[in-house]
Every structure is written in structure tokens, then in C-alpha cells.
Design a protein around this ligand. Structure first.
Ligand code: NAP
Length: 314
């Protein structure tokens, strides 16, 4: 592709789409590149109750994102679906190589987000898709009237566990400590739900089964006691959902951009990375609160910084 865009935005989650909206409104030429579906992690969230102004009954992550996508397009942000595999970011013109094409821009906003962290137990990879899942919205209905276990104690674990009670016979949260990290309002709902149960101070050591997941060994981290859990004979299987935090999608930028020890990209408060013309926004960057509200704010700030860097007015 010969065109040199004012800005290319990598990733169409809340941060990338907000950046696209703001850059489009500033009449910059904008290309948003996304390899999968729009929305990133929020696209598979059933319930969003803390995005200001969003208290419409029935709103899901997917419906909120669909409107964000439409709004960015309305202001002229171009779109392409491609997977970028290589980047050259240190020159004045940044080059991004994808499976389908090569893209050029004067500025790049990286909004590639984060992905679920594995539970890290024996057998996990083997049983992915055969009882193990990381997306309640995608897979919840496969566990109709079955027992389901959810690992983690944060907002994601508890919210998704609550969602899974719509399908499952019982949902047991397995948490490594004896208190949840999730927001108190979410905890209250969970403790009141008769289908919810909790296994405290516990981690999953190993999972197994013949074809589908039907066995699990858990360990009490305080006593060291191991307990074997087997699926109800009539059910033949149970579900195990992992929500133990996230890992940044930043491998492509290793050795190019400054990162913390976990791989999150370092920026200043205006989203500048260590390279001129390269910005990072949303969950991919080092920050204290990863939410839709902070992601969209990052995207807006990054786009405004691009505009200012290209304008004589400021
Ligand atoms: P998180 O807040 O980092 O929580 C991860 C949970 O997994 C923690 O309870 C942690 O235990 C546990 N954990 C971590 N590593 C583990 C391991 N190896 N084995 C067992 N347990 C482990 O992650 P999250 O819930 O995915 O949320 C990510 C971000 O998105 C957060 O900022 C969260 O607030 C936000 N979020 C917000 C909403 C909402 O507001 N509606 C919904 C979803 C997510 P410890 O507590 O012991 O550390």
C-alpha cells in the first residue's frame, strides 16, 4: 500500500476505536488495523455496569463496541483486517508489515491490549476447548446443567462466574486467597447468588479426563492438602474457566519500545512511548486501572497528541 497515513492505529478495542474517532474528527487520515473482531476483551463481556452513562438494560460489551466502531467510521477512520507481524518504528515514516499488505504512517498508536493469562496447571493446554475455557460469553451455553469451576478472584472471575450461573448447575470460584479482589458491588451479588460457591486458599494443580474434562486436583495453599474432584457420573464432565488476569500483547515491540518487567509498554501521561511518533493506549500500557473508561481516555489523548504534533497551531 503506497498511501502514507497521518496515523495508523493498531487494535480496535475501546482505546483504538476512541483514538480513531478523535483522529477522524481532527481530519487526519487514519487507518485502524485489527486482526480479529473489534472490541478486544470487552467484546466478550456480558455486562458492563461501570462505563459512565451506560446503564441501558441489556447492553453488552459487543453492543457497546458496535456503536464505537460505527462512530469511528462516521468520522472517516479507514479499516483493514490484517495481522501485523513486523514493525519498523524508528524512522519518520513508520512501516507495519502484515499478512496481506505493508502499511505506512507518520504516527502509530499501539492499542493491542491484553489477553487472558493461563491458569498454569498441568493438562491445561490439552483440555482447552474440551472443558477449559477463558470466555464465558463464548462457551457458557456448552455447560448447561453441569458443574462449573472458575479460577480467580478479580472482577472478571466473579462477574463471569455470575454470568455462568445462568447455565450451570453450580458455579464454584476457586481463589488462591481467602478474600476476593473484585469490586465490593460485584462481590455482594456473588455472595447472594444461591448457585455460587467458593473454594478459598486453593489453586488448581492438575486436570484430566478421558476425552472431556472430568478430573481435577486442587491444593489448599495453607495446609498443602490435595483434593481430587471428579465429575458427577451422570454428567461425565465439568467446566473450568480461567480468569486470573491478563498478559500484554506486546511481544512484537520487545527491544523496540520501553516496557516494564511484565511486558506492558511505558508511556508518559500523554501516551508518548520512547520513540517519536509512537504512542501506546489502553490495556497495553503501564497503568494502574485497566477499564473501558481509562482505555477510551488513553485513545483520545493519543490521537490529540498526534494532531498537535502535526499542527503549526500548537
Ligand atoms: P485481576 O484484577 O488482575 O485479577 C486476577 C485475579 O486472579 C486475582 O484475584 C488474582 O489473585 C488471581 N490470580 C492471578 N494469578 C493467579 C494464579 N497464577 N493462580 C490463581 N489465581 C491467580 O484481573 P481481571 O479480573 O482479569 O481484571 C483485569 C482488569 O480489568 C482489572 O483492572 C479489572 O478491574 C478490570 N475489569 C473490570 C471489570 C468491571 O469493572 N466490570 C470487569 C472485568 C475486568 P489475587 O487477588 O490473590 O492477586
Amino acid at each position: 500500500m503506497d498511501k502514507i497515513y497521518d496515523v495508523i492505529i493498531l487494535g480496535a478495542g475501546p482505546a483504538g476505536l476512541a483514538a480513531g474517532l478523535y483522529a477522524g474528527r481532527s481530519r487526519l487520515s487514519v487507518l485502524i488495523i485489527e486482526k480479529g473482531q473489534d472490541g478486544g476483551q470487552i467484546a466478550v463481556s456480558e455486562d458492563i455496569e461501570n462505563y459512565p452513562g451506560q446503564f441501558v438494560e441489556g447492553e453488552t460489551g459487543a453492543s457497546l463496541i458496535a456503536r464505537m466502531t460505527e462512530q469511528a467510521a462516521k468520522f472517516g477512520a479507514e479499516r483493514v483486517s490484517d495481522t501485523i507481524t513486523e514493525v519498523s518504528l524508528d524512522g519518520e515514516i513508520k512501516v507495519l508489515k502484515g499478512g496481506k499488505n505493508e502499511y505506512r504512517a507518520k504516527n502509530v498508536i499501539i492499542a493491542t491490549g491484553a489477553r487472558p493469562r493461563p491458569i498454569d496447571c498441568k493438562g491445561e493446554a490439552e483440555f482447552a476447548g474440551r472443558g477449559v475455557s477463558y470466555c464465558a460469553t463464548c462457551d457458557g451455553n456448552f455447560f448447561q446443567d453441569l458443574d462449573v469451576y472458575v479460577v480467580g478472584g478479580g472482577d472478571s472471575a466473579v462477574e463471569e462466574a455470575l454470568y455462568l450461573t445462568k447455565f450451570a448447575k453450580k458455579v464454584t470460584v476457586i481463589h488462591r486467597r481467602n478474600e476476593l479482589r473484585a469490586a465490593k458491588s460485584i462481590q455482594e451479588k456473588a455472595f447472594q447468588n444461591p448457585k455460587m460457591d467458593f473454594m478459598w486458599d486453593t489453586v488448581v494443580e492438575e486436570i484430566g479426563g478421558a476425552d472431556l474434562l472430568s478430573e481435577m486436583t486442587v491444593k489448599n495453599v495453607k495446609t498443602g492438602e490435595l483434593t481430587k474432584i471428579t465429575a458427577n457420573e451422570a454428567d461425565g464432565m465439568f467446566g473450568l474457566f480461567g480468569f486470573v488476569g491478563t498478559l500484554p500483547n506486546s511481544r512484537m515491540f520487545e527491544g523496540i519500545l520501553d516496557m516494564d518487567e511484565r511486558g506492558y509498554i511505558k508511556t508518559d501521561e500523554d501516551m508518548h512511548t520512547n520513540l517519536p511518533g509512537v504512542y501506546a493506549a489502553g490495556d497495553i500500557r503501564v497503568k494502574s486501572l485497566r477499564q473501558v473508561v481509562t482505555a477510551v481516555a488513553d485513545g483520545a489523548i493519543a490521537a490529540v497528541q498526534v494532531e498537535r504534533s502535526m499542527s503549526d497551531y500548537y
